[in-house]
Design a protein around this ligand. Structure first.
Ligand code: ATR
Length: 277
C-alpha cells in the first residue's frame, strides 16, 4: 500500500486571508512533493481538540496564526526557548505519538529577510531602533539580541508596553518616548517598523528621517503595500530598504523543512506566486 501523503496547514480564526497555503503550495509543486497544505478555521473553543486530532489524521505540523499564537503554548508538550521568550508560537510540529512541539520562527524569518535584502548588514554593528511593542516587536527584539545587537532603542505609542518588553528582554533594551524617537536615529544601523502604521487602510508612520545615517538599513513588517511610506522615504534618503514580504516567506521555511523534508528557497518566483495569489 502506498503511504498517505504528508499533510500540514495553518490554523486561525478567521483564516481566509492567510497567504501560507499559497506559499507552501508553491514549494510543494516546485520540489515535486506529493503532500498538501491546507487552511483550517479553528474557533478558540476547539483549539485543544484540534491539536489532538490533527496528528491522528496525518498532519506533520501546522502554522498558527491569530488568535491562537499565545494559547497554543500552554497546550504544547515542548516549547522552544525562543517561543517561550517571545510568548507565542507560529510553528507546531507533531512528533511521535502526537506530541506537540511549539516553536516561533518569526524572529529568524525577520533576520533572514534583512540579511537577504541587505547583505552587508549585521546585527552586531550598531544599535537597532524598533518601533512598536506588540507580538511582532517581541519576535524582532528577541532575534536581534540573539544575533548580537549591542542595543535596541524601543519606542511605542503606549510607553508602558515598551517598558514591559524591557523587563522581558533586559538592559540592552532602551525605551524612549514615541514622540522623541527621531532624535535617537543618529547611531542606528537598523530601523524597524513593527507597528501597523503604513498598512493599507491605516495612517502612515510620520517620522522624520533627517537624523538617520544613510548607511542605516530600514525595514517594515508591513507588506501591503510592499513599499510603505517609511520605506519610500528611506530609499529617497539613500538607505537600503527591505520590504516586509520576505519576513512572511522566511518564517515559513523552517516548518516546511521539518514537515516535508526539504529546505526551501525564498526567491523571486516565490514572491511572485504570493503577490499574484
Ligand atoms: P502585533 O502583535 O501584530 O505586533 P499589536 O499587539 O496590535 O500587533 O501591536 C500593534 C502595534 O502598532 C503596537 O505597538 C501599537 O501601539 P500601542 O501599543 O500604543 O497600541 C502600534 N500602533 C497601532 N496603531 C498605532 C497608531 N495609530 N500610532 C502609533 N502606534 C500604533
Amino acid at each position: 500500500m502506498r503511504e498517505a501523503p504528508p499533510l500540514a496547514g495553518v490554523i486561525g480564526y478567521p483564516i481566509g486571508h492567510s497567504k501560507s497555503p499559497i506559499l507552501h503550495g508553491h514549494w510543494l509543486r516546485r520540489y515535486g512533493i506529493s503532500g498538501h497544505y491546507v487552511p483550517i478555521e479553528v474557533a478558540p473553543a476547539d483549539l485543544a481538540e484540534t491539536l489532538q486530532t490533527l496528528p491522528r489524521l496525518g498532519f506533520k505540523g501546522i502554522n498558527v496564526t491569530l488568535p491562537h499564537k499565545e494559547n497554543v503554548l500552554a497546550m504544547a508538550d515542548k516549547v522552544s526557548d525562543r517561543a517561550a521568550l517571545i510568548g507565542a508560537a507560529n510553528t507546531i510540529t507533531f512528533t511521535g505519538h502526537g506530541k506537540i512541539q511549539a516553536d516561533n520562527t518569526d524572529g529568524v524569518g525577520f533576520l533572514a529577510n534583512v540579511k537577504q535584502g541587505a547583505p552587508g548588514w549585521n546585527a552586531r554593528g550598531a544599535p537597532a531602533v524598533v518601533l512598536g511593542a506588540g507580538g511582532a516587536a517581541r519576535a524582532v527584539i528577541s532575534a536581534l539580541l540573539s544575533d548580537g545587537a549591542p542595543e535596541v532603542i524601543l519606542a511605542n505609542r503606549t510607553r508602558s508596553r515598551a517598558e514591559d518588553l524591557r523587563q522581558a528582554f533586559g538592559a540592552k533594551v532602551h525605551v524612549v518616548d514615541w514622540g522623541q524617537v527621531g532624535a535617537h536615529l543618529t547611531e542606528a544601523g537598523l530601523l524597524v517598523n513593527t507597528t501597523s502604521l503604513g498598512m493599507e487602510g491605516n495612517g502612515p508612520l510620520t517620522l522624520s528621517l533627517e537624523r538617520l545615517p544613510t548607511n542605516c538599513v530600514v525595514t517594515d513588517i508591513v507588506y501591503a503595500p510592499l513599499e510603505t511610506p517609511l520605506l519610500r522615504d528611506a530609499s529617497a534618503r539613500g538607505c537600503v530598504s527591505v520590504d516586509g514580504l520576505g519576513m512572511l516567506l522566511h518564517q515559513a521555511a523552517p516548518g516546511f523543512h521539518r514537515w516535508f523534508g526539504v529546505a526551501p528557497e525564498v526567491d523571486q518566483d516565490l514572491r511572485d506566486a504570493v503577490l499574484g495569489g
